[in-house]
Design a protein around this ligand. Structure first.
Ligand code: NAD
Ligand code: ZN
Ligand code: ZN
Length: 362
């Protein structure tokens, strides 16, 4: 058993509490990882606000991390102690019908498909003050050590700087892949990205990498515009400063609407606005933002009748265990610079300050 620090979420709406926890050794088919760095994604914030009633508390959140394998359980062959890894919040078991389908990246062993947020054998490896603490999306990266199933671990290049490539565990891969894999943005096309957090800015980078000629960035926080332009946005719009609904503004700017639109916020209204912003025939709208569970969206069905496509994207459509190591290699070859997304670096004890910065749009 390892004793180390972890940020425990004891209850909905309460700040995280950095505590000493015990982390049990990995069982068969599991890997214990020393987490070196982790990002904060808005999905962690959704859970803290209680948007996912199926996530049981107390829980250790965090799902955008990178670390080093400390020990492995019986039968684990793909990684060994000392390997650099990214724990995968969307696993790839390689055996389920979705994993066997080359078109799909959603594994049926995902935590989203599990009734309980524990490890596959329905027990936890975390205890704190004698209480069992739940896992999150298999990975729980807000802990100095975590235990994850082998099918949720990707071995990466030993040269990778873990404090930088942790972003590839969720935010960067999600936005970048939504443009490249899910929308399949074509050279010369027009794109609109709603929401310029880590995910939306990564979608801007993906559209740029795919050769889009016009990239329109939309956010109510104008402080995000300079970074969006640095990453490839050609225009920036604040819907609160528009006299018309933003979908009308975008349609007028582009003639008939953009070729591809992306929603990286997680609100019903902006999902509808993003859908209506892409052109009525060949337009593709990709939904990335996460809505509270149980939310409903009501749309005019004629929006789809004329040919528009509305699709969702989980972790950017990558088959994660195969693709995250390749993305890390592309990062090392400087094919993209995800370092530009890093706004603040804090010591682990200041994790709540990190959430405050996220809430403040910083
Ligand atoms: P973030 O908080 O860093 O960024 C959200 C941005 O949206 C902010 O810049 C904010 O100013 C902007 N915004 C808020 N309301 C707006 C409005 N009405 N109009 C325009 N802009 C608005 O969040 P993030 O970490 O980038 O995550 C974005 C979303 O993506 C979240 O819902 C998160 O849960 C989701 N997500 C989904 C996946 C996936 O696999 N599908 C993965 C990661 C994150
Ligand atoms: Zn995330
Ligand atoms: Zn699978």
């Amino acid at each position: 058993v390892i004793r180390c620090r972890a940020a425990v979420a004891w209850a909905v709406g309460k700040p995280l509490s950095v505590e000493e926890v015990e982390v049990a050794p990995p069982k068969a088919g599991e890997v214990r990882i020393k987490i070196v760095a982790t990002g904060i994604c808005h999905t962690d914030e959704h859970v803290l606000k209680g948007c996912f009633p199926n996530v049981e508390f107390p829980v250790i959140l965090g799902h955008e991390g990178a670390g080093i394998v400390e020990s492995v359980g019986e039968g684990v062959t793909s990684v060994k102690p000392g390997d650099k890894v990214i724990p995968l919040c969307l696993p790839q078991c390689g055996e389920c019908s979705f994993c066997l389908n080359p078109e799909s990246n959603y594994c049926l062993k995902s935590h989203f498909s599990e009734p309980q947020n524990l490890l596959p054998d329905k027990t936890t490896r975390f205890t704190c003050k004698g209480k069992q603490i739940h896992h999150f999306l298999w990975v729980s990266t807000f802990a100095e050590y975590t235990v994850v199933p082998e099918y949720a671990v990707a071995k990466i290049d030993p040269a990778a700087p873990l404090d930088k490539v942790c972003l590839l565990g969720c935010g960067f891969s999600t936005g970048y892949g939504a443009a490249i894999n899910t929308a399949k943005v074509k050279p010369g096309s027009t794109c609109a990205i709603f929401g310029l957090g880590g995910v939306g800015l990564s979608a801007v980078m993906g559209c740029k990498a795919a050769g889009a000629s016009r990239i329109i960035a939309v956010d109510i926080n104008k402080d995000k515009f300079a970074k969006a332009k640095e990453l490839g946005a050609t225009d920036c719009i604040n819907p609160q400063e528009c006299k018309k609904p933003v979908q009308e503004v975008l349609t007028e700017m582009t003639g008939h609407g953009v070729d591809y639109s992306f929603e990286a916020i997680g609100h019903a209204e902006t999902m509808i606005a993003a859908l209506a912003s892409c052109n009525m025939n060949t337009g593709i709208c990709v939904m990335i933002g996460v809505l509270d569970s149980g939310s409903k969206i009501s749309i005019d069905p004629t929006l789809l009748l004329t040919g528009r496509t509305w699709k969702g994207s989980a972790l950017g459509g990558w088959k994660v265990r195969d693709c995250i190591p390749k993305l890390v290699s592309s990062y090392l070859e400087k094919k993209f610079n995800s370092d530009l997304l890093i706004t603040h670096t804090l010591p682990f004890a200041k994790v709540n300050e990190g959430f405050e910065l996220l809430r403040a749009g910083k």
